[in-house]
Design a protein around this ligand. Structure first.
Ligand SMILES: C[S@@+](CC[C@H](N)C(=O)[O-])C[C@H]1O[C@@H](n2cnc3c(N)ncnc32)[C@H](O)[C@@H]1O
Ligand SMILES: *[C@@H]1O[C@H](CO)[C@@H](O)[C@H](O)[C@H]1NC(C)=O
Length: 248
């Protein structure tokens, strides 16, 4: 009898709790599961892209490395900017002839190779990748393309960490070109950190990829509200050019 007295309210409490927490709990599980899946998918993508390019390109030839990446993307999902936006990037690198370039989000090194092959002789690329395995693979591809460590450096850390220690890596030189292709949610805070640190040269170009995704909205609002400090350049398929006018 006493067991019944206790267990009836207990049972109903359990039923109520389950009903209340069921959907948030399910949502949490789904989120954890899809997060793990996304991460492992990204690793697979990095490994298979790297393996494909490494074994199918002509070592020492940047153009062959790029063509092999492009061939891979015709049959596989791929996270690099690809050939169309790549040509847009090429035009900007040729026009600006930047001495110091910062890329946020190295991935397998596709955009890094595109940039490096067009830099002036004194030009240097600093490219930042959060994931250590990806950073290793990216660095290897850049070396396979024939570039030397005097021309580039891969930093394995977050964009925020890289920006806070930037001058020690550029030898106090300011940035002429920044490619943001890491996480649109971080674009604005990273741009603000670059400005706070006075790290941008007087007419630096900032290229942002995936500019039309909701994550990049903060950055676009910030930039368009300040026409005296920024002018909007061209945009191709979400790759957008912003010129900064920093007071000298
Ligand atoms: C779209 S891929 C970059 C593609 C590369 N720019 C290209 O075109 O070849 C984005 C990369 O940014 C990296 N990433 C994400 N968040 C980051 C952060 N906060 N700091 C540095 N890298 C980050 C990811 O690990 C991923 O490899
Ligand atoms: C190299 O390319 C061939 C032909 O596209 C492909 O079948 C092969 O899997 C590639 N190699 C690697 C290691 O991915």
């Amino acid at each position: 009898m006493s067991l019944l007295v206790f267990s009836v309210p207990l049972l109903s409490a359990v039923v109520v709790m389950t009903a209340v927490f069921r959907s948030p709990l399910l949502a949490l599980c789904r989120q954890l599961y899809s997060g793990t899946l996304r991460r492992s998918h990204r690793k697979v993508c990095v490994s298979s892209t790297h393996a494909y390019v490494f074994s199918n390109c002509t070592h020492g030839q940047a153009q062959s490395v790029l063509l092999t990446f492009d061939l891979y993307s015709t049959t596989h999902t791929s996270f690099n900017i690809g050939p169309q936006k790549g040509e847009f990037l090429d035009e900007i690198v040729k026009r600006e002839a930047p001495r110091r370039v910062l890329e946020l989000g190295t991935h397998c090194g596709y955009a890094s190779v595109r940039i490096l092959r067009l830099l002036p002789p004194s030009g240097k690329l600093l490219t930042v990748e959060l994931d250590p395995l990806t950073a290793d693979r990216g660095e290897e591809i850049i070396l396979v393309a024939g570039f030397k460590h005097q021309q580039f450096q891969v930093l394995t850390c977050s964009s925020a960490e890289a920006i806070s220690s930037l001058l020690s890596h550029t030898g106090n030189d300011l940035l002429d070109l920044v490619l943001m292709d890491h996480d649109p949610e971080l674009y604005l805070q990273d741009l603000l950190a670059l400005q706070r640190g006075n790290l941008l040269s007087t007419s630096c170009v900032v290229l942002i990829n995936r500019a039309l995704t909701p994550g990049a909205r903060d950055l676009l609002e910030y930039v368009t509200a300040r026409p005296q400090s920024f002018s909007m350049g061209r945009q191709l398929d979400g790759l957008m050019e912003i010129r900064c006018h920093t007071a000298a």
